[in-house]
Design a protein around this ligand. Structure first.
Ligand SMILES: NC(=O)c1ccc[n+]([C@@H]2O[C@H](COP(=O)([O-])OP(=O)(O)OC[C@H]3O[C@@H](n4cnc5c(N)ncnc54)[C@H](OP(=O)(O)O)[C@@H]3O)[C@@H](O)[C@H]2O)c1
Length: 252
């Protein structure tokens, strides 16, 4: 199995993702937007998942302006969606592409930074829903399309808080631990019977809106841009990632 260092040092060749169909959730965000643009630059048809169509259109326009394959916009607000919205997402991807070769779960929220004895219960429920339950429903709904691919890769964006259980990270830390649990269960269930591999990547601290919300006093200039931590994601999405499943990587 390749090491964290090998994945970090990976330089994706041009055309790496030619013809592949990849859904990125949170494509309006820092990591998701950078990854969606990189996947398109490497040849993928990207479905841009997110809740804010205006922001997704900006990513769409950037991909088209850079000469990438025309992406599609897949609006879905995890806080409002019911079963029909998830089914509609699968139907739209199925209608347009007939299969899904890559699924990156980047959408997430931080919630509040507070000790557990003061943690707001509705916020807890919201964070667990957006960060764990919705990615589960998205994955479950898209499994038939992932099975239709000859080589499908599911990647969950996790966090360093699952390893170092920081106090006051509340639902965010618990949700990311649960997400890694979900990735592990899915990886085992897919092994041997499907061509679906499932892994988690911790991008590490990045200059994104989420990080700025979590650390308002931090100088963003001290952090890498999301574009600088994409190598492990691209490694796992492309053919180099074949045979790798049930693993967790640190991008920094
Ligand atoms: N930033 C870091 O330093 C860091 C460190 C470790 C791990 N991570 C992980 O990396 C991933 C990406 O983080 P980021 O920094 O790129 O965050 P970000 O810029 O805040 O992006 C988060 C994305 O999730 C979307 N989202 C939030 N709530 C949603 C909902 N209810 N329905 C659908 N989409 C929703 C956001 O949509 P809107 O644009 O509409 O808000 C946005 O596209 C996350 O999983 C995060 O936990 C980040």
């Amino acid at each position: 199995m390749p090491t964290d260092q090998e994945l970090r040092a990976y330089v994706p060749p041009s055309g790496l993702l030619d013809g592949r169909v990849i859904l990125v959730t949170g494509a309006s965000g820092g990591l998701g937007g950078a990854l969606a643009r990189a996947c398109a630059r490497l040849g993928a048809r990207v479905a841009l998942g997110g809740r804010n169509v205006r922001k997704l259109e900006a990513v769409y326009d950037a991909i088209v302006a850079a000469g990438g394959p025309r992406p599609s916009i897949a609006p879905l607000d995890f806080e409002r969606a019911d079963a029909t919205h998830y089914d509609a997402l699968a139907e739209a991807i199925g209608r347009e592409f007939g299969r899904l070769d890559g699924l990156v779960h980047s959408a997430a929220i931080v919630g509040e930074r507070a000790p557990l004895d003061h943690y707001d219960v509705p916020t807890w429920l919201k964070v667990m829903h957006v960060n764990v339950t919705a990615p589960f429903i998205v994955t479950r709904t898209l499994l038939p399309l992932l099975r239709a691919s000859e080589d499908a890769s599911v990647v969950f964006a996790t966090s360093g808080v699952t390893v170092r259980r920081h106090a006051y990270w509340g639902a965010y830390a618990v949700s990311k631990s649960a997400l890694e649990g979900l990735a592990g269960v899915l990886a085992e269930e897919c092994e041997g019977t499907t061509a679906i591999r499932v892994n988690s990547v911790n991008p590490g601290p990045m200059r994104t809106p989420m990080r700025a919300r979590a650390f308002p006093g931090e100088d963003p200039a001290t952090l890498p841009m999301p574009e600088q931590v994409l190598a492990p994601f691209l490694y796992l999405l492309g053919p180099a990632g074949r045979g790798i499943s049930g693993r967790r990587y640190d991008a920094q």
